[in-house]
Write a protein that binds this ligand. Sequence first.
Ligand code: GLU
Length: 289
Amino acid sequence: MTSPRPYRGRFAPSPTGRLHAGSLAAALASWLDARAMGGTWLLRIEDIDPPRDIPGAGESFIEDLARFGMVPDEPVIWQHDRLEAYAEALDRLAAAGEVYGCACSRTEILAEDARLGLPKGVYPGTCRTGTKGRPVRSMRFRVRPGIVTFTDRRLGAFSQDVEHEVGDFVLRRADGLWAYQLAVVVDDIASGITHIVRGADLVDNTPRQILLTEALGGAVPSYLHIPLVLNREGTKLSKQAGATPVDSTDPMPALEAVFSHLGFPRIGAASPQDFLAAALPLWAERIAR
Ligand code: GLU
């Protein structure tokens, strides 16, 4: 989708570990895309999950990215500063009848899925019409029926029947923490994000985020999901699973490696600044808006 609004992109890591090749690829792709389109590039640290977040990891991202030559155009956004905005968004959705309290535990949901023959983890809608006196644990978004489709700039048309493949999804968790889906959408709207460039592991989340964006009256951004960087076992690099961090003190090998992963030739530059200057026209030429 072409957006008439001025290009605003972002890199939005969760500080659950150090920057690894997969997150560096997402940072680089989002940075190059924003620069190639003459846009603004933001950095948002998604630190809303204290049990998983690692103290100091957000600061280390900012420092590491600077060593790779990528500095955000505006002050870094920290999600821990944004909790009121999430509460306000939930209130607005509640006032519009788009959310409801849910009393179900994960075990109960799985048992109900098995009983009804639903795919594992799909919310069966048990509390849609009330919790029948059971205490509310989480708040869920009421998913509208119908297929959600969007056109990814790399993957093309992507459709999901969110109602049947996911079900009504959680916005505020049973432990009181905000769900990633709500925080990411509220912040992308507040920052005026027009283009999202991120890893392909998040493509399944996009239809949910489109539904939420629409419910909150935001403009749906354009999406580009880049190929995942896999480890030798063929699984996605994960900060939590302790993927080897990239060495930001010797930035060139990692920059060249992730650029090659994105399908580009070796640049052979001496510094991150020279590398980025040389990578920019290649990205601009190859990646259509
Ligand atoms: N915080 C998410 C992650 O690190 C990415 C969010 C996004 O790009 O939408 O996986």
